[in-house]
Design a protein around this ligand. Sequence first.
Ligand code: HEM
Length: 296
Amino acid sequence: MQSPPSPTCSETNDFLPLSQLRVEECGSERAIGKLIQELKSYIVTDIPRMRSTVSFYVCYLLCLCLGMACVMCVCYWNAHWRGGFAWDGSALQFNWHPVLMVTGLVVLYGNGAVLYRVPLTWGENKLSWKLLHAGVMLLAMVLSVLGLCAVFGNHNHNHIPNLYSLHSWVGICTTALFTTQWVAGLVGFLLPCSPMPFRKLLKPVHVWLGASILLLSIVSCISGINEKLFFALKANTNGTKPYAMLPPEAVLGNSLGVLIVAFGLVVLKILSNPNWQRPEPRSNEATYRPLLQEDT
Ligand code: HEM
């Protein structure tokens, strides 16, 4: 009896090592074709997707590290160079202001904003992540309101006028916008009774305003740090060198500003990359459903 020829798999694939295998060695021709198709689709779609996921996590790690560095830096500045903390109207009460603003309106806010971009949160149940997003933003808002109470209390206690500086104008507008954004998000995306056209209209505004508030927070912080360093580091006061001589405290304050800007840039990079957006339901499902109707 004549034995069948021993064809190779080269008709279906001519660049993988598998092409050198004989059919009887690697299964039927059809099975090999299927395997090769799977390998091709893996190479074409899964490898770029994996690369994108890895670069996301690198950025996310950077975001977490920069955020922690900002919080440590602002705490160290006020604890070590500005005498620590109290809630008695004194300068020590003021020290809560930068700490709470940077922690709330920059670091917590930025982390809350990128929460949906984490691929781990793309599972079926969006509800819990929406609640977490709203919760982190609420905490950020509470901290920033406390930060404002610290500075207003300090000004009132020492008969310093309120809201005279450019920093305070930008800062108060930022906090007001953030509060409005949070309330609108709550009403639009959480309440089941909110009308669909309102939700559809709100989503792009919410996304745009979210990034704008972060930018405004960074502007507020930079101007606040600069102002504080000018106030605190005057020549011949408390034995400190003037700001222009770049004493160690000025180096720390400037570095805090650089860290805040770097954190903001990483967050904005994460928010602006379309590959890192949470996949939305396609075609006719693509309407934005309120939180309590979703994934319950
Ligand atoms: C998102 C962040 C921030 C916001 C929204 C913000 C907002 C404000 C507001 C509304 C005031 C006016 C308080 C009053 O008039 O009684 C103020 C005062 C002040 N803030 Fe900030 N602030 C922020 C971050 C910072 C940071 C990081 C510093 C750094 C030390 C800082 C330093 C100051 C100083 C020195 C004052 C008193 C002088 C003035 O009224 O301009 N702020 N801030």
